[in-house]
Ligand binder design. Structure first.
Ligand code: GLV
Length: 386
């Protein structure tokens, strides 16, 4: 028998019971659900990662939909429990959904939502921050100041890497990878090399136009190249940011062999998913190559770091905060709530999940649609014509 978990209840008399496994930022998401006759139950248990048993207890005997988090294991057990409770909707409050077994959700006819479109720029900005922090040794220098070690300017103090004119490498040039590439090209006048199965035409056009603009102003133009392999990016780039999804093909994409072909003074950034990097091999590489630096937002065994990583000065580490801007997190909560609400109300699925602005406009009611359901085709859900 699972132990009861503490909850906060909004609109107790609401017809549809929607559970959120965590308190989420903002209040709009709660109001939107309440306005549509939902009773909202928010888990307030002081436990960062809820177990499957905790979530089963939250689902209970009657539950119409659940908003969950990327730390939770949404597989056969939870989808069958949700289906038994009459639930037909689940949404991750995240764009990534490698914690969700979509086949299991399909089996029980549960719609699975995610939150694309609202976190692109925020995540790209963190990748850019990590790139700069690692290249310019910001965290090391900050620690040095706070330790009272600064006793005057020195020519060799915390010398790092200049980005201007160097090459930024992007592996996975989808929404976030392309936004990051634009920031680094435009902001720091870096040349671009990228690897993606699909051609990033808009990104290429942007870099071409920006290069022409620089040239017309008497500056060195920036350039772009689409690499034919990931190795080409690793070999040639000075700063590399990883933006693939995590699946069987991208597990340990960066490993001992790929690290060995990178420049000795390269900067590697990961804001995608931890297991994309073999973290044990990375720790060893960082030890052997003190001028090689990393900026990591995600870790292979989150929330843990592999032994030795925390001791390395050439690693900047932050706790999976890439999407953590107020606007984005409130927007993610709204989209997740609307994904669940849309399915409960029988609304169609929004036709372009990357164009979610109408759902985020606080001054107008959101469209009657679920913003992003990843298994809409498998479940044969109708698509909005708006
Ligand atoms: C965060 O990691 C997300 O996938 O939204």
């Amino acid at each position: 028998m699972a132990k009861p978990v503490s909850i906060e209840v909004w609109n107790p008399s609401g017809k549809y019971r929607v559970v959120s496994t965590k308190p989420m930022p903002g209040t709009r998401w709660i109001n939107l659900l309440i306005e549509q006759d939902c009773r909202v139950e928010i888990c307030t248990q002081k436990k960062t990662i809820l177990s499957v048993e905790d979530i089963i207890a939250l689902i209970g005997d009657k539950c119409d939909g659940v908003i969950g988090q990327l730390t939770e294991d949404w597989g056969e057990t939870l989808f069958s429990a949700l289906s038994r409770a009459g639930g037909k909707a689940f949404s991750n409050m995240a764009v990534g959904y490698n914690n969700v077994d979509v086949d299991a959700a399909n089996k029980y006819g549960v719609a699975v939502g995610n939150t694309p479109g609202v976190l692109t720029e925020t995540t790209a900005e963190l990748a850019a921050s990590l790139s700069l922090s690692a290249a310019r040794r910001i965290v090391e220098a900050d620690e040095f100041m706070r330790a009272g070690l600064y006793d005057g300017w020195l020519p060799n103090l915390f010398v790092g890497n200049l980005l201007k004119g160097q090459t930024v490498g992007v592996i996975g040039a989808g929404r976030i990878g392309s936004a990051y590439a634009r920031m680094m090209v435009e902001g720091f006048k870096m040349n671009l090399i990228y690897y993606d199965l699909y051609q990033a035409t808009r990104l290429e056009k942007f870099v071409t136009a920006y290069g022409q603009f620089l040239k017309a102003n008497g500056e060195q133009p920036v350039t772009w190249k689409r690499a034919s392999s990931m190795e080409e990016v690793l070999r040639e780039a000075d700063v590399i940011s990883l933006h693939p999804i995590l699946d069987k093909t991208t597990y340990h994409l960066v490993n001992k062999n790929s690290l060995a072909i990178m420049k000795k003074e390269a900067v590697l950034v990961n804001c995608s998913r931890g297991p994309v990097i073999d973290e044990v091999a990375l720790v060893e590489h960082l030890k052997q190559n003190p001028m090689f630096r990393v900026g990591l937002d995600v870790f292979e065994d989150e929330p843990y770091m592999k032994p030795g990583l925390a001791d390395l000065k050439n690693a900047v580490v932050v706790p999976h905060i890439a999407s953590a801007s107020k606007w984005t997190r409130e927007g993610m909560a709204t989209l997740a709530a609307l994904n669940v609400l849309g399915k409960i109300k029988g609304y169609p699925v929004w036709s372009n999940p990357n164009q979610v602005e109408p759902f985020l406009n606080e001054n107008a009611p959101p469209p009657a649609a679920s913003p992003s359901i990843v298994n809409s085709k498998a479940l044969g859900l109708p698509v909005s014509r708006l």
